[in-house]
Design a protein around this ligand. Structure first.
Ligand code: MG
Length: 164
C-alpha cells in the first residue's frame, strides 16, 4: 500500500509528465507549421514517450492500492522564435524534470518507501538520457546558427527517430 504523501507527490508528477508531453507536442506543431517535418517528428516521438512516463507513474500508484487523481494540465507555449529557442526550452525543461525526480527520491527515502525508490531508479537513468539528447541537439543548433542548409540537414537527421 502506498502512503498518502508519496501518492500525492506521484500524482503531481503524473501532471508534470503530461505537461511535458503537451510541451513537446506544442513544439512539434510549431515546427510542422514551418515545414520542419523532421524536428516535428522527433518531438512527436518525445511527446509520446512523456505520455509513457505519466503512465508508468499511474500504474505504480494503482498497483500499490493508491488512487490516481488527474488535474488540469497547464497550457504550453505555442510558438518559438526558432529551433534554437525551442531546444533551449527543451533542455531547460529536462533539467527541471530531473530536479522533480530527485525530489521524489528524497520523499521516498524520508518515507522509507523502498518500492517507490526502486521504481524511481528507472527515471533517474532516463533523465540522464533525456538531458543528453536535448543538450546534444541544442549544441548542434548553437554551432550551425542561422545556416538554412545545415538546419534542413539536421531536420532530415532528426526525422529518422523512431518510436521505441
Ligand atoms: Mg518525462
Amino acid at each position: 500500500m502506498i502512503g498518502k504523501k508519496m501518492e500525492a507527490a506521484i500524482n503531481k508528477q503524473i501532471n508534470a509528465e503530461f505537461y511535458s508531453s503537451f510541451l513537446y507536442l506544442s513544439m512539434a506543431a510549431d515546427f510542422k507549421s514551418q515545414n520542419f517535418k523532421g524536428f516535428a517528428g522527433w518531438l512527436e516521438v518525445q511527446a509520446h514517450e512523456e505520455y509513457g512516463h505519466a503512465m508508468r507513474f499511474y500504474n505504480h500508484i494503482i498497483e500499490r492500492g493508491g488512487r490516481v487523481k488527474l488535474e488540469a494540465i497547464e497550457a504550453p507555449k505555442t510558438e518559438w522564435k526558432n529551433a534554437l529557442a525551442a531546444f533551449t526550452d527543451a533542455y531547460e525543461h529536462e533539467q527541471k524534470v530531473t530536479g522533480l525526480i530527485y525530489k521524489l527520491v528524497e520523499i521516498a527515502r524520508d518515507e522509507k518507501d523502498y518500492a517507490a525508490e526502486s521504481m524511481l531508479k528507472w527515471f533517474i537513468d532516463e533523465q540522464v538520457e533525456e538531458e543528453a539528447n536535448t543538450s546534444e541537439i541544442l549544441g548542434i543548433l548553437t554551432l550551425i546558427g542561422e545556416s538554412k542548409g545545415s538546419l534542413y540537414q539536421l531536420d532530415h537527421k532528426l526525422g529518422k527517430r523512431k518510436a521505441d
